[in-house]
Design a protein around this ligand. Structure first.
Ligand SMILES: NC(=O)c1ccc[n+]([C@@H]2O[C@H](COP(=O)([O-])OP(=O)(O)OC[C@H]3O[C@@H](n4cnc5c(N)ncnc54)[C@H](OP(=O)(O)O)[C@@H]3O)[C@@H](O)[C@H]2O)c1
Length: 173
């Protein structure tokens, strides 16, 4: 199976129950199975600030408790190294922006961005609105939004603002 392109995965609600039980262990499982890109970064986000180290410990504990495999060895070291954290709320997305930029810079090139929404449903709209601070509002080319119910897709109609570069892909928000 062809591996996905290089990605920065931005996980909103990264400190919540769903992320702890399912999303973080699931991402580790995908990494172990060779189903994540060869090179990727995962940037956790929530309103409350967390250091990268604290987020890595949070991920370790989540995987140890809810994962299918122990977070140890080379697989864990590689996964752990991919993790960072950037707090964000609608009035101050700057820490997240800095974390995303650092993750992209560490990969080099032009990695794609995948936004996974796992905050409460009422926060989906404001969270997506924050994307304009990342230069991605409404972008259907380099950014994608995922949530477990697909609710993020209907909130924003398809359009192509001037901030997006067109690679001909059809990844809609
Ligand atoms: N838990 C499950 O097993 C489960 C299963 C299926 C679906 N879901 C869905 O998953 C979503 C999250 O559920 P959860 O149980 O993980 O909730 P949770 O434990 O309350 O966690 C919510 C997460 O979102 C952040 N958050 C809360 N309010 C926010 C806001 N206004 N803006 C941005 N971030 C905010 C929280 O951190 P901060 O407070 O620091 O921002 C935290 O990281 C919900 O939509 C829920 O319906 C959950």
């Amino acid at each position: 199976m062809k591996r996905p392109d290089e990605h920065v995965i931005i996980l909103f609600g990264a400190t919540g129950d769903l992320a702890k039980r399912k999303l973080i262990p699931g991402l580790f499982h995908l990494a172990r199975a060779g189903l994540l890109p060869d090179r990727y970064r995962i940037v956790g986000s929530a309103r409350s600030a967390l250091s990268d180290e604290a987020f890595r410990k949070h991920a370790h504990d989540a995987i140890a408790t809810f994962g299918l495999a122990e977070p140890s060895g080379q697989a864990w070291q590689s996964f752990e190294a991919s993790l960072s954290f950037g707090a964000a709320d609608p009035t101050d997305p700057e820490p997240l922006l800095a974390a995303v930029r650092a993750a992209e810079k560490s990969l080099g090139g032009r990695p794609r961005r995948l936004f996974h929404l796992a905050p409460p449903p009422a926060a989906f709209g404001p969270t997506i609105d924050m994307h304009r601070h990342l230069g991605l509002r409404g972008c259907r080319v380099r950014g994608r939004v995922a949530d477990e119910a697909g609710k993020g897709r209907s909130r924003y109609p398809r359009r192509r603002p001037s901030t997006c570069e067109n690679s001909g892909r059809d990844d809609r928000i």
